[in-house]
Design a protein around this ligand. Structure first.
Ligand SMILES: [Fe+2]
Ligand SMILES: [Fe+2]
Length: 300
């Protein structure tokens, strides 16, 4: 996204400063607790405070999508996507603030009104307005937040250990010489509970992998992984990969690349955001609304 600073543009100082020390978190938590009522805008301001310099707040999707910023928070739900079903689940849980990582109306900026030609989109909007749920997007900030933000949470879910290189959206892990097939098989085992029916592997299965590179959600530029991060193997998502281009190149070059469903790659980041907000705002219930691989796979 053009509005974002690249990891290289974010100074190390700013990057390190973005990791909240426990004390800072607790003091913010304490001041938030002392307030009589938590308002939606308090949560927004807190999320903004976690930015280490990579978000352009004049041009970001991290804004309110519905509701009243000054409204009082009864409970916070966090989900990767603000599916209608997830919003309804949040309401059942008593949450009137839904923090979503992805858009609500099928467009990155949530301003493509043409979707309302579809009945389901109109019904979703009507439900959102009638329920009074406040929807707040947390995308640009969480996509590059270190340690527990989207990309490193993805590495944690895959049990890849600590990154050996990378920052921002992209991280490099030590493949320790395991074969591409072994890595893909291990991924499949870890992702099965999220409904991912296996991992696609393009390229040779028997290549030993030292530098294993992954990206953030749909931001998985395989060619950059190869050129800038010296990848022996890439982990991409189906929203960040094209088969006719990256796939064909991987076949010709003999480069192994594993592909999984975009929501699966970001699910742990959404869960860790919920856990983080639960620590910071103990005065209200905070729930993660779990989501899964978008599709089911039917085989003959
Ligand atoms: Fe994403
Ligand atoms: Fe993301």
């Amino acid at each position: 996204m053009s509005s974002k600073k690249s990891p290289a543009q974010v100074s190390r100082r700013a990057f390190c400063a973005s990791v909240p020390a426990l004390g800072a978190t607790l003091s913010l938590s304490a001041s938030a607790s002392q307030k009589k009522e938590l308002r939606n805008t308090d949560v927004y301001e807190y999320l903004k405070s976690l930015d280490g310099g990579w978000v352009d707040w004049e041009k970001t999707v991290d804004t309110f999508k519905s509701g009243d910023p000054e409204g009082i928070v009864k409970g916070i739900a966090v989900g990767w996507m603000s599916y209608t079903e997830s919003l309804r689940r949040a309401e059942k849980l008593g949450c009137n603030l839904f923090v979503t990582h992805e858009p609500t109306y099928y467009d990155h900026w949530d301003n493509d009104e043409s979707f309302f030609r579809f009945k389901s989109a109109r019904e979703k909007k009507q439900y959102i307005e009638e329920s009074g749920v406040t929807i707040l997007r947390c995308h640009d900030m969480w996509d590059q937040y270190p340690k527990i933000g989207i990309p490193e949470a993805w590495g944690k879910l895959l049990e890849l250990g600590e990154p050996i290189d990378g920052a921002g959206w992209y991280y490099v892990y030590d493949g320790a010489g395991a074969t591409a097939a072994n890595i893909a098989t291990g991924m499949a085992a870890r992702l099965a509970p999220f409904g991912q029916p296996g991992v696609q592997l393009i390229g040779p299965p028997d290549i030993p992998v030292k530098r294993l590179v992954l990206g953030c959600g749909a931001i998985t530029p395989m060619f950059e992984f190869i050129e800038k991060y010296r990848a022996d193997m890439a982990i991409c998502t189906d929203d960040g990969f094209t088969y006719w281009r990256e796939g064909a190149f991987a076949v010709d070059a003999g480069f192994p690349v594993a592909i999984v469903n975009h929501p699966v790659a970001e699910e742990n980041g959404a869960r860790l955001l919920a856990e983080h907000l639960a620590q910071v705002f103990p005065q209200v219930p905070v729930h993660h609304v779990p989501q899964r691989c978008m599709y089911r796979l039917y085989t003959a």
